[in-house]
Write a protein that binds this ligand. Structure first.
Ligand code: HDE
Length: 698
């Protein structure tokens, strides 16, 4: 590097134009971790692009520059479609009153038990860069990392909602967000489209009261109540369920601002709430909320003048008191806003044993929406692997692959059930009926008394009767093909116990079939599998057979005519006419392509024998003069052509010279090998009687 061409250095006066190591703290600090590319390559210069000479163009070759800018270009991800503006913190939930009689959910089982969590508070309408203090509902979302999986309690700071049914949510959000044509106002409900919608939506009136109250102007998240809104269900270890509404109560009490304050704060410090949460945690004044429950049951609910599944209704605390069962403390700010607060993905579907849903139609819609939106926002189905979203308990299943897959599963068990453990291979995880999550059957009056179950109807239990019907409805040729296919496939299965199990299942389908397959595999025939339902002997259905439906017609079929130099053009033309008259198609095949001289002129070969095996055609005819025999005898492709046509049970139309070849090659003449005159009538048929002579069938 020449002294004439100074390079840019971030610490003026510390060296200038060459690579020199500077004192600690400078850009070339050797005591710090080395700066590398994403491939781990150490970077020698993070200040200057690579150029041709001091004033020349920047080189495409500068991969360090391109990687850095490429990554920067893609730093933004889609913001949340609602609740885009928010801030979060880590903390824990401490159980202050064990309630095993109400729920088996892990966080509530012992007094003093602590469960780590992450909470995020948000506005609803504004974009990610909007101010913290508009008049708006606030999100109050908490992710509990329990030892039985993540539980997300995704609530708001108001105990009711605008709408009763999720199907209205996109309309509500469109109406409140910036107007479609103007792109404003940002983060404000004070505009035409919001009030147009609301004026047509009487169910929103209760929520509008809350929205126009000072609840939507909180002093800070630290002074907000939080509500699960929907009625949920708690289920204890005995499987008994109670209905519940969740309440968060700030230890500091509830506090709002006035509208005028909120407006001025938005100007003076748009990050007022974010800063407030961050700074108080940094100062060690950890915000706290008590978690309270309103517990009730169906009988009580049925007597109320409102429906507890209606999210526009609350249950007055004076009617059903709020029982405090624990306390949330937020004691740690995120290390990185993007990695944690931005990438945290709350899903109301994240519940744990002991907690369940109800049929609230607003909740039911949310159960679809959140998982779905994360795919748009975080770009991959594997967002659950991000540190902020990953459960703190072990998790494993057979979901695989997908964009940004971080785990490296071992072994070939990527499906279930499997029996790979029987040969000492990794079999993977198994379902557990006793400790796994079980949905509360939930007999709610409006469900018509039907329980929510994971069962199949009783008649689905018969797996064999129709398999037997199918097999027995096949012609003997088809049965042989089916049995042989099973033999072919199972012969490729190296797992002895799997073959055994298949023979047992086949035995339950048809003992003769099982016997054929076992014999061909030289395996002893095991006893047939036990069946959950009686296997019926149904009357055979010929409609299930292919051969029963095959029509011996030329239409739609293709016939190849093999010819050679000096073949009889007249015989070939006669053959072509007969085939085409029956709507068949003719392909002329010869050892050479192009125009071939034949008796009385020439004929064009459409295909070369070597590249056009007889498998391509439905039937073949060979019209050749004795003079061609020598060349065909010496041609392996010619021999295969005829031998395969025979082995595939096709009709072969043979001239006298062809018959000689067939004889020489040991291809027996049968009813499917015809003279040229009969050929067009016999051609479409397959001659299955020939099959035992050409292959070993099961
Ligand atoms: Fe949400 N809501 N919501 N919501 N919601 C989202 O999910 C949705 C509703 C709430 O800090 C989205 O990850 C539908 C009620 C909070 O990351 C999305 C319906 C309540 C947050 C979504 C509702 C909420 C969201 C957008 C009508 C209070 C922020 C980004 C049935 C109980 C969570 C995302 C965070 C976020 C859908 C109604 C609370 C699109 C369809 C009622 C606190 O999935």
């Amino acid at each position: 590097m020449s002294q004439d061409h100074p390079r840019f250095e971030t610490s003026p006066g510390q060296g200038g134009e060459t690579h020199q190591h500077l004192p600690p703290g400078g850009p070339h600090d050797t005591s710090a971790a080395h700066l590398t590319t994403n491939q781990g390559l150490r970077i020698s210069d993070n200040q200057n692009s690579l150029t041709v000479g001091p004033r020349g163009p920047v080189l495409l070759e500068d991969f360090a520059l391109r990687e850095k800018i490429f990554h920067f270009d893609h730093e933004r991800i889609p913001e949340r479609v609602v609740h885009a503006r928010g801030s979060g913190a880590h903390g824990f939930f401490e159980c202050t009153r064990a309630i095993p009689e109400l729920t088996r959910a892990a966080p509530f089982l012992q007094r003093g038990k602590k469960t780590p969590l992450f909470a995020r508070f948000s506005t609803v309408a504004g974009g990610a860069g909007s101010a913290d203090t508009p008049r708006d509902v606030r999100g109050f979302a908490v992710k509990f990392y329990t030892e039985e999986g993540n539980w997300d309690l995704v609530g708001n700071n108001i105990p009711v909602f605008f709408i009763q049914d999720a199907i209205k949510f996109p309309d509500l959000v469109h109406a409140v967000k910036m107007e479609a044509d103007k792109g404003y106002p940002q983060a404000a409900s004070a505009h035409d489209t919001f009030w147009d919608f609301i004026s047509l939506m009487p169910e929103a009136m209760h929520m509008v009261m809350w929205q126009m109250s000072d609840r939507t102007l909180p002093r800070s998240p630290r002074f907000m109540e939080g509500f699960g809104i929907h009625t949920f269900r708690l289920v204890n270890a005995a499987g008994e369920g109670k209905l519940v509404k969740f309440h968060w109560k700030p230890v500091l009490g509830v506090q709002s601002t006035t509208w005028d304050e909120a407006v001025k704060i938005a100007g003076a410090d748009p990050d007022y709430h974010r800063r407030d949460l961050y700074e108080t945690i940094e100062l060690g004044a950890f915000p706290q909320w008590e978690l309270g429950l309103q517990i009730f049951d169906e009988a009580w609910a049925a007597e109320q003048p409102y429906d507890v599944l209606d999210a526009t209704k609350l249950i007055p605390e004076e009617v059903v008191p709020v029982t405090i069962v624990g306390r949330m403390t937020l004691d740690r700010n995120p290390d990185n806003f993007f990695a944690e607060t931005e990438q945290v993905a709350f899903c109301p579907t994240n519940i744990v044993p002991g907690i369940d849903f109800t049929a609230d139609p607003l909740l039911q819609g949310r159960l679809f929406s959140y998982l779905d939106t994360q795919k748009s926002r975080l770009g991959t189905t594997n967002f659950h692997q991000l540190p902020i979203n990953a459960p703190r308990c072990p998790f494993q299943n057979f979901q695989r692959d997908g964009m940004m897959q971080m785990s490296v599963p071992q072994g070939r068990a990527n499906y279930e059930p499997n029996s790979l453990d029987e040969i000492g291979e990794l079999a993977g995880p198994r379902e557990c009926p006793t400790t796994g999550f079980v949905t509360y059957p939930n007999v709610e009056a409006h469900d018509g008394g039907h329980e929510r179950l994971r069962v199949r109807p009783a008649l689905f239990a018969d797996h064999y009767s129709q398999a037997r019907l199918f097999y027995r409805s096949q012609t003997p040729v088809e049965q042989a093909h089916l049995a042989s296919a099973l033999v072919f496939e199972l012969a490729k299965v190296g797992l002895e116990h799997v073959r055994q199990r298949m023979l047992k299942l086949l035995g339950a389908v048809d003992i003769d079939l099982a016997h054929r397959v076992a014999a061909a595999l030289t395996m002893p025939l095991p006893a047939p599998a036990d069946t959950a339902a009686p296997v019926l002997d149904m009357a055979p259905s010929p409609a299930l057979s292919i051969l029963g439906k095959s029509l011996p017609k030329m239409a739609g079929r293709t016939v190849a005519i093999l010819f050679a130099e000096d073949s009889s053009r007249a015989s070939i033309e006669r053959m072509r006419e007969a085939i085409e008259a029956q709507q068949g198609r003719v392909v002329m095949v010869s050892q050479r392509t192009g125009l071939i001289p034949v008796r009385d002129g020439s004929l064009k070969a459409d295909a070369k024998l070597e590249g056009s095996p007889s498998a391509l055609f439905d039937a073949v005819a060979s019209i050749i003069p004795p003079e061609a025999l020598a060349a065909l005898r010496a041609d392996h492709a010619a021999r295969n052509w005829l031998a395969d046509a025979y082995a595939h049970c096709k009709t072969i139309g043979a001239c006298p010279a062809t018959l000689r070849l067939l004889g020489e090659w040991g291809i027996a003449v049968d009813e499917g090998v015809t003279n040229l005159q009969d050929f067009p009538h016999v051609a479409p048929a397959r001659h299955w009687a020939r099959e035992p002579r050409v292959r070993l069938l099961a």
